[in-house]
Design a binder for this molecule. Structure first.
Ligand SMILES: Nc1ncnc2c1ncn2[C@@H]1O[C@H](COP(=O)(O)OP(=O)(O)O)[C@@H](O)[C@H]1O
Ligand code: SF4
Ligand SMILES: [Mg+2]
Length: 327
C-alpha cells in the first residue's frame, strides 16, 4: 500500500453554532467548507489570518480534536482524527499535533514550578524513562527556544517575563517532538517588542526540527514575515489562500486588499487589523451570498444572492465572483 505524503488534510470542514443559546433558531457556520493540506516532505508555516470573530479558534479547536466537525473531515497521515478513540490513540495524536495557546499563563499552573511542569510533561510522553534522560529532553526543548533549565529552574510562572513564559510554553509543546504546532494567537498577549523574537522561533523550529506550524493570527505583519503560505479567513470561509508573497503583494480578494491596505495605512488613527478593532460581529455571518458584500467596494448584485465558489489557479485559490472561472 502506498504511503500518503499528506501530513494533515482538512477537507470541507464545517462547524456551526446556534446564536444566543439553545432556544434560538439562528445559526452561524463558524467554519465553512475549509480545506487545506500540509505535506510530510515539506515542513511549512501556514498562517491563518482574519479579524476577531472569523472562525480561527473554531478551526484550531477542530484540528486539535477539541470540537467535532458537523461535516467534512480532518486526517492526520491518512487517519480520521475524530475517529481516534481511547487513551493510547489520543496520546499518540497529541505527540504529533501540539497546541500553543494565546495566554501562556493558561499553559502553566501558577502553583507549580515551570521546570517541574515541563519534567512532568516529558514523563507523561515518555513514561518509564530514566530521570536523567527526561531531564535531558526538557533541557533540549528549552534550548531550542533559547532558554535553559538553569534559567527557568525553581521558578514559578509569575517569576518569568511574558516572553520567557511564552517561550517555555513553546518548549512544553515541542517536548514530544510533534510534527505540527497549532499556535492560536500566540503573541497577542506578549509585549509588542518581543513578538518578532517569538515568531522567529517558529521559523527556527521549522528549519531545525522540521516542524510544520499553523500560525493563527490577526497580525498580518508577523504572518507576512514568517509564513510560506497564508489563508485569509472571513466569516468561516477561506476567501484567499496560497503562497504568502504573491498574495500579500498582489492580493486578489477585496477582503485581502482591505486587510493589506489597513495594515499599511500610516495615518494616525487608521483602523488596523493588528489592533483587532475592525471586527463586525455576527451580522456578516448571517448574510446571504458573499459574507463580505456589505463592506466590499466591488460588490455586484450576484454577490448579495449567491455564495461564490472557489476559483483555483495552481496553489492560489480565491473565493470571489470577480474571478468566476479565472484568476
Ligand atoms: N462554543 C461556541 N458557541 C457558540 N458560538 C461560538 C462558540 N465558539 C465560537 N462561536 C462563535 O463562532 C464565531 C467564530 O468564533 P471564533 O472561532 O472564536 O473566531 P476567532 O477565533 O476568529 O475570533 C463567533 O461568532 C463566535 O461567537
Ligand atoms: S464576491 Fe462580490 S462582494 Fe464578495 S468579495 Fe467578491 S466582489 Fe466583493
Ligand atoms: Mg480566536
Amino acid at each position: 500500500m502506498s504511503e500518503t505524503n499528506e501530513l494533515l488534510s482538512v477537507r470541507n470542514a464545517k462547524k456551526s453554532f446556534r446564536l444566543g443559546g439553545l432556544l434560538s433558531t439562528k445559526e452561524i457556520i463558524a467554519v465553512n467548507e475549509v480545506s487545506f493540506t500540509l505535506f510530510k516532505d515539506k515542513p511549512d508555516i501556514l498562517s491563518i489570518i482574519g479579524e476577531s470573530g472569523s472562525g480561527k479558534s473554531t478551526l484550531s479547536r477542530l484540528i486539535l480534536r477539541l470540537l467535532l466537525p458537523d461535516s467534512g473531515n480532518i486526517e492526520l497521515e491518512g487517519k480520521d482524527v475524530h475517529a481516534m478513540k481511547g487513551r493510547k490513540q489520543e496520546l499518540d495524536y497529541m505527540r504529533r499535533v501540539q497546541p500553543i495557546f494565546q495566554n501562556p499563563f493558561e499553559t502553566f499552573n501558577p502553583l507549580n514550578r515551570v521546570d517541574e511542569f515541563l519534567l512532568a510533561t516529558a514523563k507523561n510522553y515518555y513514561p518509564g524513562e530514566k530521570p536523567e534522560l527526561t531531564k535531558e529532553r526538557v533541557e533540549m526543548a528549552l534550548q531550542a527556544v533559547g532558554l535553559s533549565l538553569s534559567e527557568v529552574g525553581g521558578r514559578y510562572p509569575h517569576e518569568l517575563s511574558g516572553g520567557q513564559l511564552q517561550r517555555s510554553s513553546v518548549a512544553r509543546a515541542i517536548i514530544p517532538n510533534p510534527k505540527i504546532l497549532v499556535a492560536d494567537e500566540p503573541v497577542s498577549m506578549v509585549d509588542a517588542s518581543l513578538r518578532m523574537s517569538i515568531v522567529n522561533l517558529f521559523q527556527d523550529l521549522k528549519n531545525k526540527l522540521g516542524t510544520s506550524i499553523i500560525y493563527i493570527t490577526h497580525d498580518l505583519a508577523t504572518a507576512y514575515y514568517i509564513s510560506d503560505r497564508i489563508a485569509i479567513i472571513h466569516k468561516g470561509y477561506f476567501v484567499e489562500q496560497g503562497e504568502t508573497a504573491p498574495i500579500l503583494t498582489n492580493p486578489k480578494h477585496p477582503y485581502t486588499k482591505l486587510l493589506v491596505e489597513s495594515t499599511l495605512d500610516p495615518r494616525p488613527g487608521a483602523t488596523s487589523l493588528a489592533d483587532g478593532d475592525i471586527s463586525t460581529g455576527d451580522e456578516e455571518y448571517l448574510a446571504v451570498g458573499c459574507k463580505f458584500a456589505a463592506r466590499c467596494p466591488r460588490a455586484m448584485d450576484i454577490c448579495r444572492k449567491v455564495q461564490p465558489e472557489e476559483t483555483i489557479d495552481g496553489t492560489w485559490k480565491v473565493r470571489c465572483h470577480l474571478y468566476g472561472g479565472n484568476i
